[in-house]
Design a protein. Structure first.
Length: 346
C-alpha cells in the first residue's frame, strides 16, 4: 500500500500529505554498519585468541588467530565503503523534503489514549492528570484484560474505557490508537501509559513540535529530564539509543531517533488513519519500534521531543522487568528492523 505522494509546496495548507515513500531506497548505511560491527567482533575474537595461545602454548591456534585477524578486514572495509557511499552519494536524495515543514495547528484539542495492564494503583491518578490539562478533550483507557480494578478505577476517574481481551502490548497499543481515531473532533492523539511514568505537562512539549511532523516521538534519553530511579536501567538506556540509531541508519535522512521503546508520542489523526492498516498488532513488546519503522518506511515525518520520565507506580510487566528481558526485546526489535516484521508476531 502506497501512502505517500509528493508534498505540496503550499506551507499554509491545513495538513500536507506524507512525503515520498522511502521504499526503493537500499539502506546501505544500515548494511555497512552491520558489516563493520561483524568484522570488528571477528577481529576482536582473533586478538583475544593470541594471549590464550601464548599462555597455554596452543600452537595450533596460530593459523586460526591469523585468519580471524586478517579476514576480518574484508567486512570492515566493505562496511566502511557502504557507509561512505550512502552518506556521500545518496544522503541528499534520501532526505525528506528541502524545506522545514511548519503548519499552523488550528485545533489543539487532544485525545489521550492510555495503555493499562493491572495498573489499579496508578490509573486513576494518570487519568485525572491528563484530564486536567487544558488541551485534553478526553482520556481513553484500554485495559489489556486486567484482572484487578484497573478498568473500574479508570472509569471512575472519568476515562472512556475499553477492555482489550487479546493479550499483548501491541494489541493494547493498536486498540488505543484505533479507538482514538474514531473521535473526529480532535486532530491530535497522544499515546501514553497508565503507570505514571509519563505526565500530562509534557503535552505542551509535544504540541510545540507538532507543526513539524506527523509523529512526535517522546524520548527519555535527555539525562536531566529523567528520574534516577526508574525501570530504565543504564543497559536499557543505551540499548534504546543503539537500536534507535540502527533504525536511523535504515532510514537515512528521515529522522533523528534515540528512543525506540518509549510509548509517549503525539500523532496527527489523519496520519494514524493511514498508518493503522499497515501495522501488525500481534507484535508484542517491540511494537513501538515496529510503529516507527513502518511510519518512516511509508513516508511519515517523524521528530523527537525530550520528555520527562518518572518511576512507575506498581510492578513493571513489560520489557523493563530486568536487563535480560530488555535484551530479548531489543534483539527482537533489531531482527524486525533488519529482516522485516512479518515473522515477529507472537
Amino acid at each position: 500500500m502506497e501512502l505517500a505522494t509528493a508534498r505540496t509546496d503550499d506551507q499554509s495548507s491545513s495538513r500536507p500529505v506524507f512525503e515520498a515513500s522511502a521504499k526503493g531506497h537500499v539502506p546501505l548505511l544500515l548494511y555497512g554498519a552491520l558489516l563493520f560491527c561483524i568484522g570488528s567482533l571477528v577481529h576482536l575474537l582473533g586478538v583475544c585468541i593470541g594471549p590464550i595461545r601464548i599462555v597455554f602454548q596452543i600452537h595450533a591456534l596460530v593459523r586460526v588467530e591469523e585468519a580471524l585477524v586478517w579476514y576480518s578486514g574484508i567486512p570492515i572495509v566493505l562496511g566502511i565503503g557502504l557507509i561512505l557511499a550512502d552518506i556521500v552519494l545518496f544522503y541528499d536524495d534520501k532526505r525528506f523534503g528541502k524545506s522545514l515543514r511548519t503548519i499552523a495547528i488550528a485545533n489543539r484539542n487532544v485525545t489521550v489514549a492510555l495503555t493499562a495492564y493491572n495498573d489499579e494503583d496508578s490509573i486513576a491518578d494518570a487519568v485525572r492528570d491528563f484530564l486536567a490539562h487544558r488541551d485534553v478533550r478526553r482520556v481513553i483507557v484500554v485495559s489489556n484484560n486486567s484482572v484487578d480494578a484497573t478498568f473500574a478505577n479508570a472509569k471512575a476517574a472519568g476515562a472512556v474505557t475499553f477492555d482489550e481481551l487479546s493479550p499483548g502490548y501491541g494489541r493494547c497499543v493498536f486498540r488505543c490508537l484505533s479507538e482514538a481515531v474514531a473521535f473526529d473532533d480532535t486532530d491530535l492523539i497522544v499515546l501514553s501509559e497508565g503507570d505514571r511514568t509519563f505526565r500530562a505537562m509534557d503535552i505542551e512539549k509535544l504540541l510545540a513540535y507538532a507543526p513539524h511532523a506527523d509523529i512526535v516521538n517522546g524520548t527519555r534519553t535527555s539525562e536531566l529530564m529523567r528520574e534516577h530511579a526508574t525501570q530504565l536501567s543504564t543497559f536499557m538506556y543505551y540499548g534504546n539509543v543503539f537500536v534507535g540509531k540502527l533504525l536511523e541508519a535504515k532510514h537515512l535522512g528521515r529522522g533523528t531517533i534515540t528512543d525506540v521503546g518509549t510509548t509517549y508520542k503525539l500523532c496527527h489523526r489523519d496520519a494514524l488513519v493511514a498508518l493503522l492498516p499497515l501495522l501488525n498488532p500481534a507484535i508484542n513488546l517491540e511494537f513501538n519500534a515496529h510503529f516507527l519503522d513502518v511510519a518512516l518506511e511509508n513516508g511519515a515525518l517523524l521528530v523527537e521531543c525530550p520528555i520527562s520520565f518518572y518511576p512507575r507506580v506498581g510492578i513493571s510487566k513489560g520489557g523493563n522487568i530486568n536487563n535480560l528481558r530488555g535484551f530479548s526485546v531489543g534483539m527482537k526489535m533489531m531482527r524486525g528492523i533488519i529482516f522485516g516484521w512479518k515473522k515477529q508476531a507472537a
